[in-house]
Design a protein around this ligand. Structure first.
Ligand SMILES: Nc1ncnc2c1ncn2[C@@H]1O[C@H](COP(=O)(O)OP(=O)(O)O)[C@@H](O)[C@H]1O
Ligand SMILES: [Mg+2]
Length: 282
């Protein structure tokens, strides 16, 4: 928790000061143009210096430099924030947890993202909760895993809509409109582990939580790198690529569980989370 905090403070100084700095610079540049207008024939020394610093280029480039500095600082802030949320949860204790309560709380936070908007159908939620005992785990961490996987599913479904719109716009008459399946997310819970045949093994010491979506799915190249830190296919500013690598650490390293996914292009995606009921005795 310490390191993320130490980084966050100075980054906040930088980010916070960039806006007034841009405004000051804008003011100075305007003052400069006023000088130019009123004194078109400056002294030789000023004229020489204008050429030496290439004033026209400088004036054009400075705002661009500032805006990319702002983007960079913002990005560091986002990354630090994810790390901080993660490490803060470290401090919580392990205790018997109602998994369904954790899922429902996470869904509540994400509620607005399930709702439809003009041009975007509502995401249907299919809950198939089986009877589960309480599970010995770090509640906050496990909720963060649900949050990461569910927000990825929503991102994927939203992205699919965007793709469809783009496809329609570009080939409005030459291609038939692709069939537009109703987007859904399905959450299943049950006691037991998933055996190699893909069926629950009935092992009473484990619970399995599956989160599936009917989004675009992933090609093998993405699947291979899914859990790598900073791996993302989302545009700059949208994805940090930390969600799944943090989730992997939580499930596998902190809880002695398993986390994997099944997905193929056009086939949707299903994440499997398996956690031992009686805790991880590392
Ligand atoms: N349900 C999903 N459907 C399609 N792709 C997914 C899904 N979940 C994760 N991904 C892919 O895995 C990548 C990494 O996810 P994540 O670690 O959460 O980082 P981020 O969401 O910041 O990109 C995503 O960029 C995306 O390409
Ligand atoms: Mg994510």
């Amino acid at each position: 928790a310490g390191v993320a905090h130490e980084i966050n403070n100075p980054v906040t100084f930088i980010y916070g000061n960039l806006t007034p700095a841009s405004q000051y610079i804008e003011g100075l540049l305007y003052l400069l143009t006023l000088y130019q207008q009123h004194y078109p024939q400056p002294a030789a020394e000023i004229q020489a210096e204008r050429e030496a610093i290439d004033i026209d280029f400088l004036v054009e480039d400075l705002p661009k430099i500032l805006s990319s500095m702002k983007m960079g600082a913002n990005r560091i802030r986002e990354i630090v924030l994810s790390l901080r949320n993660f490490s803060r949860l470290d401090e919580a204790e392990i205790k018997p947890v109602d998994i369904h309560e954790g899922l429902d709380n996470t869904l509540l936070i994400l509620q607005s993202r399930f709702k439809g908007k003009p041009g975007q159908p509502e995401i249907q939620l299919i809950k198939e909760y089986g009877p589960l005992p309480k599970v010995e785990c770090y509640a906050g961490q496990i909720n963060q895993v649900f949050m990461n996987i569910l927000s990825n599913a929503i991102d994927a479904l939203e992205e699919a809509k965007g793709e469809r719109r783009r496809a329609r716009g570009e080939n409005s008459s030459s291609l038939p409109i692709p069939s537009c399946p109703l987007p859904w997310i399905r959450i299943r819970t049950e006691v037991g582990k998933i055996s190699s045949s893909g069926l629950p093994s009935g092992n009473q010491d484990w619970v399995t939580i599956r989160i599936a979506d009917n989004g675009p799915g992933m090609p093998q190249t993405v699947k291979e790198r899914l859990f790598d830190p900073f791996f993302t296919t989302k545009p700059v500013g949208q994805g940090t690529g930390l969600g799944l690598s943090i989730s992997y650490q939580i499930v596998v390293e902190k809880h002695g569980g398993r986390l994997w996914c099944e997905s193929a292009p056009g086939q949707g995606t299903e994440f499997f989370i398996e956690i031992p009921i009686f805790g991880h005795r590392a």
